[in-house]
Design a protein around this ligand. Structure first.
Ligand code: HEM
Length: 381
């Protein structure tokens, strides 16, 4: 007992952190609607990113980023390193799930209009997170140095090259030269284990700070007779859970109402996130056991394969490029990206021009439907 107290004292002196502050930060009230599981989706890519970083670091001990040895080193991890196949499979499946959950989270933010003022900047940071996530997928896929992933890198960098004005510069930078060469693998490796993780951590920190500063959007729900839940799409003024702004001026009754419709982040919401995390761990383990990552043909830069297949999340873009001319397809994709980035401001224009018409909602529905159809169409080829 005495020893524990001494250690506690020593630790408190060495690390003078105010635990009450941690308690205050973690017990903030959050809106009641976050009890619904689909509002906990935002935490899942974060959890998966931690899995990615952990398994990725383990894989880096064995991976050799050199075109002559890359494929062999992945084969070695898969067949000879103890539990190598499992770590590699979890890394692969977790990457797929991360892209999927980022997309689902984005859909929930879109269809609950949670990107509206004052959260426009956080939506834009979110678009950065989406691009970083698929960037991880693109570079990681090519590191295996299989025939199919090598040629996906060739096509991917060709797409980058077709971007007006800056395309040539970007493509040269990513490839490490005018064409895909031995340098490209080194570049992809540096992006995958250095640049993108750094960008991801910075964007995540900004994203979380924004969420803390603005609080999560308060939504109004109406329960229908069948006990299911409907989103009324009405978003009331955001109430910050932290006392950074706003709440001092709120009347006591407003504060009481806020209390009524909130519940504490810790332990209530934290436990929800833990359950989501455990469920994901279970799903990842099953996927890795039932569908372990395998090896394809080694890359052959001299032979173009008949079918080049990127990862599933690029299927829609791929289909779009096949339907249009390459140049128009790339310019169209860039316009779409800009549209996505500045969506909160475009939405504001629609709101002003067509009040009460739900134009943004229908644009979202059509956009999602087109994405789905293009993805399934390309998958079936
Ligand atoms: C690695 C990727 C991401 C992570 C880890 C992440 C995490 C989170 C978390 C934990 C929240 C709190 C509310 C919730 O759980 O839903 C949140 C809110 C938010 N996210 Fe993300 N997010 C990511 C990507 C994105 C993307 C791609 C977008 C949109 C393009 C986005 C836009 C937003 C916005 C606007 C909010 C505020 C929502 C509100 O106030 O209700 N996020 N995010």
């Amino acid at each position: 007992m005495q020893k524990t107290e001494t250690f506690k004292q020593w630790f408190a002196e060495s690390f003078p952190f105010d635990l009450n502050l941690l308690k205050e930060i973690s017990s903030e009230p959050i809106p009641n609607h976050l009890k619904r599981w689909w509002f906990a989706i935002g935490g899942t890519p974060l959890y998966l990113f931690v899995i990615q970083a952990t398994t990725g670091i383990i894989l880096t001990f064995y991976y050799v980023p050199n075109p002559a040895e890359a494929f062999e080193s992945v084969a070695h991890i898969t067949t000879s390193v103890r539990f190598g196949w499992f770590i590699r499979s979890v890394h692969k499946w977790s990457a797929h799930l991360m892209v999927l959950t980022v997309m689902l989270h984005m859909l929930r933010v879109f269809f609950t209009s949670a990107y509206r003022r004052p959260r426009e900047l956080n939506w834009m940071i979110g678009v950065g997170l989406l691009l970083t996530t698929v960037g991880f997928g693109f570079t990681g896929y090519s590191l295996i140095y299989e025939q199919i992933s090598y040629w996906a890198a060739v096509v991917g960098t060709n797409i980058a090259e077709a971007t007006p004005l800056i395309g040539g510069l970007i493509a040269r930078f990513i490839r490490g030269g005018p064409e895909v060469s031995d340098n490209t693998l080194t570049r992809f490796f540096v992006f995958h284990i250095g640049v993108l993780p750094t960008v991801m951590v910075i964007l995540l920190a900004l994203h979380v700070v924004q969420i803390r500063l603005h609080g999560v959007t308060r939504l109004r729900f109406e329960e229908d007779e069948t006990e299911s839940v409907q989103v009324s799409m009405r978003v009331s003024a955001p109430v910050s859970p932290l006392r950074f702004h706003g709440s001092e001026s709120e009347s006591a009754t407003e504060e009481e109402k806020t209390e009524e419709r909130s519940y504490p982040f810790f332990p209530d919401h934290f436990y929800t996130e833990v359950i989501v995390g455990l469920t994901l761990t279970f799903i990842l383990t099953i996927l890795a056991l039932v569908f372990p990552a395998h090896m394809g043909e080694p890359a052959n830069p001299l032979v173009t394969p008949e079918h080049i297949k990127p990862e599933w999340y690029f299927f829609a873009v791929f289909r779009w490029l096949k339907l249009t001319s390459f140049q128009i397809g790339v310019v169209g994709s860039m316009i779409f990206l800009l549209f996505l980035l500045f969506w909160p401001f475009i939405d504001r224009v629609f709101l002003k021009k067509f009040p009460g018409k739900d134009v943004s909602f229908w644009i979202g529905v059509v956009g999602f439907f087109v994405f789905l159809v293009f993805t399934v169409w390309e998958a079936m080829v």
